[in-house]
Write a protein that binds this ligand. Structure first.
Ligand code: COA
Length: 336
C-alpha cells in the first residue's frame, strides 16, 4: 500500500469582480447585510461571451497544477471532476477535460457532491493511488454559478453567497505512508436533500418536458433553493464532527492542526469552527471575503492560495473539511 500526496495545486477565477454594492444595484440587498451574515465582500462572475465555462476554468486551474507538479499531462492516469454546475446535463465535464487537455484516453469520473465534492474527489483519488492502480490523479473542483442564479430580490438569500471559479490538485504516489493523505472521512444524510437543492431540470419532481410546456416565468425550480438557517445549524455540527473524526482516526488532538482549510461556505461557520477547536487566525485559512462560496472549487482555491502565500509548509498537518448539499460532508487529514 502507498499513500498519496498533493504534488501540484492551481486555481483560476474570472477577472470580473462583483462587489456587494454591485449586487445592490440589481436586487434589494446591501453590503452591510451580506458582510455581517456571510463575511463576503466580493465574488467573481463569468462575463457572458468571455468563453469561460465550468470546464474551461477547470482546465486552466489544472494546467497550473500539472505544471507545478512537474509532470507531463500524459503522466495523468485518471481524472476526477467535482461540480454542481456542469457545462452539459450529460456528459459530465471529466471527459471534456480529457479532451481539452489532450490527455490520452484515461478514465474520467464526475463527482456530484456539491460543496463536499473536492473532498470526495481526493478521497477517490487517494484510494486508487493507495492500491497502486494509478500513480497520478488530477482532481478538479470548478463552478460557474453566476448565470444559474436568480439575480432578483426573490433570489437574494442564495445569489449573494455564490461565486465562480476553479481549483485543481495533482495527487501522486507517496511511498512513505507517514506522509501525504493520512485518511479521508465521508458522510451523507439524504433525508435533507431538498434543503439545499436545485430541483430542475431533472427527471424527478420537475420534468424537462413539463418545464418547457409550462413556460412559467414564476417557476423557481430552475434556481437553487437553500434553507439558510437549517443549513447553518447542520453545517456547524457536521464540520466539527468530521474534523474530530479525522483527528481521532490518526490519534491526533486539535492542537496538532497547523492549517485548517474549511470549505468556504460562510465566514461565520469558519469562525464558529475556529473557536470550537481553539485555533488561532494563523491556523485557519479563509478567502470567502474575496470569492464568495465557490462550492466544489472553494477548498482547492483556498488550499492553493494558502500554499502560494507560504502558509503551508513541509511537515504541516493540514485538515480539509467540507459540508454542503445532500447533505454531504467530509474531511481529509494530510501530512504535507
Ligand atoms: C443565508 C444566510 C446568510 C441568511 O442569514 P439569516 O440570518 O439566516 O437570514 P434569514 O434567511 O433569516 O433572513 C433574514 C432577513 O433578511 C432578508 N434577506 C435575505 N437575503 C438577503 C439579502 N441578500 N440582503 C438583504 N436581506 C436579505 C430575508 O428576506 C429576511 O427578511 P425578513 O426578516 O423581513 O423576512 C444564513 O442562513 C447562512 O449563512 N446560512 C448558511 C448558508 C451556507 O453556508 N450555505 C452554504 C452551505 S455549503
Amino acid at each position: 500500500m502507498y499513500n498519496s500526496k498533493i504534488i501540484g495545486l492551481g486555481y483560476y477565477v474570472p477577472d470580473n469582480v462583483v462587489t456587494n454594492d454591485d449586487l445592490s444595484k440589481v436586487m434589494d440587498t446591501n453590503d452591510a447585510w451580506i458582510q455581517e451574515r456571510t463575511g463576503i465582500k466580493e465574488r467573481r462572475h463569468v462575463v457572458k461571451g468571455d468563453g469561460d465555462t465550468t470546464t474551461t476554468m477547470g482546465v486552466k486551474a489544472a494546467k497550473i497544477a500539472i505544471e507545478r507538479a512537474g509532470i507531463d499531462k500524459d503522466d495523468i492516469d485518471f481524472i476526477v471532476f467535482a461540480t454542481l454546475s456542469p457545462d452539459y446535463y450529460f456528459p459530465g465535464p471529466g471527459v471534456l477535460v480529457q479532451r481539452d487537455l489532450g490527455i490520452k484516453t484515461v478514465g474520467a469520473l464526475d463527482v456530484r457532491n456539491q460543496c463536499s465534492g473536492f473532498v470526495y474527489g481526493i478521497s477517490v483519488a487517494d484510494q486508487y493511488i493507495k492500491t497502486g492502480m494509478y500513480k497520478n490523479v488530477l482532481v478538479i473542483g470548478s463552478e460557474l454559478h453566476s448565470h444559474g442564479l436568480d439575480m432578483t430580490t426573490r433570489g437574494r438569500g442564495v445569489s449573494v453567497i455564490f461565486g465562480d471559479g476553479a481549483g485543481a490538485a495533482v495527487l501522486s504516489r507517496e511511498e512513505d505512508t507517514t506522509k501525504g493523505i493520512l485518511s479521508t472521512h465521508l458522510h451523507s444524510e439524504g433525508q435533507h436533500a431538498e434543503e439545499l437543492s436545485l430541483i430542475a431540470p431533472g427527471m424527478g419532481k420537475r420534468w424537462v418536458n413539463d418545464i418547457i410546456a409550462d413556460n412559467d416565468p414564476n417557476d423557481e425550480s430552475y434556481f437553487p433553493y437553500m434553507n439558510g438557517q437549517f443549513v447553518f445549524k447542520n453545517a456547524v455540527v457536521r464540520f466539527s464532527e468530521v474534523i474530530m473524526e479525522g483527528l481521532e482516526a490518526n490519534k491526533l488532538a486539535p492542537t496538532a492542526i497547523d492549517m485548517l482549510v474549511p470549505h468556504q461556505a460562510n465566514l461565520r461557520i469558519s469562525q464558529f469552527i475556529q473557536k470550537k477547536f481553539q485555533l488561532s487566525d494563523d491556523q485557519v485559512f479563509n478567502n470567502i471575503m474575496n470569492y464568495g462560496n465557490t462550492t466544489a472549487a472553494s477548498i482547492p482555491i483556498a488550499l492553493t492560495e494558502a500554499w502560494e502565500q507560504g502558509k503551508i509548509k513541509k511537515g504541516d498537518l493540514v485538515v480539509l473539511a467540507a459540508f454542503g448539499s445532500g447533505f454531504t460532508w467530509g474531511s481529509a487529514i494530510i501530512r504535507w
